[in-house]
Design a protein around this ligand. Structure first.
Ligand code: G3I
Length: 461
């Protein structure tokens, strides 16, 4: 809407139009990923970790943007049944309650996986004993959550890269090929209403591994083994969205199963820059568009909310920046690309989260660093960077931790309200050319500890 407005108004009226625009309600086009996906009959989800839910920007971004939640680790075997037949669902229960309170669907992840598996399971060597342990685990866990789970990743990552042979795991070695169908049968019995999925990585395009999964699903459908969906994890690298991803999803759909993109992220060598972020945006657009082109592709889930907590840098040192929100919860160009591909309209006036939207003309991104610290305080610096258009001014909004006060601030003009500090430029650093940056610094007195950094969002005009 803003783009349309500015196109028809003369330059002299632009300021007035922008002032009016902030008072307008959001237009009919969807302004969040969840809303836009819902308008196409799909859901857009995120993996979330209970350990981060106390961080307000984390929870509010989840609640605002996503309408499906996958517990990142809380439903895995080592968490839910650390010793035999002794179950602990407390962290998962909290995430499920949160999702229900915010009308999000829940993806159960995962019942049977070779990883994050407690030692007592890996140590079982009798076929009957392991089958019994696996059935009991599925029956108790899927039974505990029955009625609350939209989709279960029943079996995760059972095939090898390259050959498409079965992955070596205790289940494969001790039970044999039949363990997967046994798991699906047990899951159906425990929760007849959940959609049951097989989930794996590197099966996003057509290759030996996805061919093996395809053959298994075809066989399951032919023999009446209960399976409803296939999850393509889609842990991708920059510039490498498989060109046959849509065709691959279509062939699974033709077998009579839904297709879900379950763990989407697109990593790059860090640090990111505008060119890599633009490539990433285009990659996200390709993935979302491929899903939209396949009617049975009904779910897109990203593997995390913010780059700050992504699994990627821990596993691939030197890589990261794989998600839709940066470390400071600013929307990345990939966010706008995904939203636009879904038919939503990024940057509408009134959309929440617009500050710091780098894909929107005239807006900016910002980065925070702690530059010094001592027992009762610290110094911080925020760098504001213009996007692809020049800006005439900017605003940074910092939410401080409890017991923290700004003692001094330089190269910016602060206004404080409660724990929120709004920083405007001083006259000489307001205007920024495309891609140019301005920084301000500050000192924080922290009476109750200096551990928490402020969360920072930025906007421009
Ligand atoms: O909870 C402990 C904490 O107490 C301890 O201090 C810390 C020290 O390393 O480890 C914490 O556990 C970590 C856990 O994540 C929770 O943060 C584990 O070490 C770490 O291995 C674990 O990583 C998870 C990984 O699966 C395990 O394989 C990632 O968070 C999670 O994103 C990742 O998710 C998988 C999907 O389940 C399946 N597909 C691939 C995907 C990415 O690897």
């Amino acid at each position: 809407m803003r783009k349309a407005l500015t196109a028809v108004l003369g330059a002299g009226a632009l300021l007035l139009a922008m002032l009016v625009a902030v008072a307008l309600p959001a237009s009919a086009a969807a302004g969040t990923l969840g809303e836009a996906a819902a308008a196409t009959g799909r859901v857009f989800g995120a993996a979330a970790a209970q350990g981060h839910m106390g961080e307000s920007a984390y929870a509010s971004t989840l609640d605002r943007e996503f309408n499906q939640l996958t517990p990142e680790n809380e439903m895995k075997w080592d968490t839910t049944e650390p010793s035999r037949n002794s179950f602990n669902f407390s962290a998962a229960d909290q995430l499920v309650s949160h999702a229900q309170a915010h009308s999000m669907k829940i993806r159960g992840h995962t019942l049977v996986w070779h990883s994050q598996l407690p030692g007592w399971v890996s140590g079982i060597s009798s076929r009957d004993d392991l089958l019994s342990a696996m059935r009991n685990h599925i029956s108790k866990e899927a039974g505990h959550f029955a009625g609350k789970i939209a989709y279960w990743d029943v079996v995760n990552e059972a095939f090898q890269d390259g050959s498409g042979a079965r992955r070596d795991s205790v289940f494969q070695r001790v039970i044999g090929d039949g363990y997967i169908e046994e798991a699906f049968r047990a899951a159906r019995a425990a929760d007849p209403n959940a959609k049951l999925c097989y989930n794996d990585y590197n099966i996003d395009g057509q290759n030996a591994k996805s061919n093996a999964v395809y053959a298994m699903v075809q066989d399951f459908k032919a023999r009446g083994v209960p399976i409803d969906c296939v999850g393509l994890q889609a842990h991708l690298t920059l510039g490498n969205v498989p060109s046959d991803m849509q065709a691959n999803m279509q062939r699974f759909a033709a077998l009579g199963v839904d297709v879900h993109i379950t763990e989407l992220d697109i990593r790059m060598n860090t640090p990111s820059d505008s060119s890599k972020l633009a490539t990433q945006a285009n990659d996200y657009k390709k993935v979302v568009s491929a899903c939209l082109a396949v009617s049975r592709c009904t779910v897109i889930t990203v593997w995390g909310i913010t780059d700050k907590y992504s699994w990627v840098p821990d596993t691939f040192p030197g890589e990261g920046a794989a998600l839709l929100f940066d470390d400071n919860y600013n929307k990345k160009p990939a966010y706008d690309a995904a939203l636009e591909a879904l038919g939503g309209e990024p940057g509408d006036p009134g959309d929440p989260g617009d500050p710091g939207d780098p894909g929107d003309p005239g807006t900016v991104s910002c980065a925070y660093t702690r530059t010094a610290q001592w027992s009762t305080g610290f110094n911080g610096q925020v760098t504001v960077t213009a996007g692809s258009s020049a800006i005439s001014s900017w605003t940074a909004v910092m939410t401080m931790g409890s017991g923290q006060q700004i003692a001094a601030l330089w190269n910016g003009s602060p206004t404080t309200s409660g724990n929120v500090v709004t920083v405007k430029p001083v006259n000489w650093n307001a205007r920024l050319a495309p891609g140019a940056s301005a920084s301000f610094g500050f000192t924080v007195n922290a009476s109750s500890g200096n551990a928490a950094d402020p969360s920072v969002t930025c906007g421009g005009s």
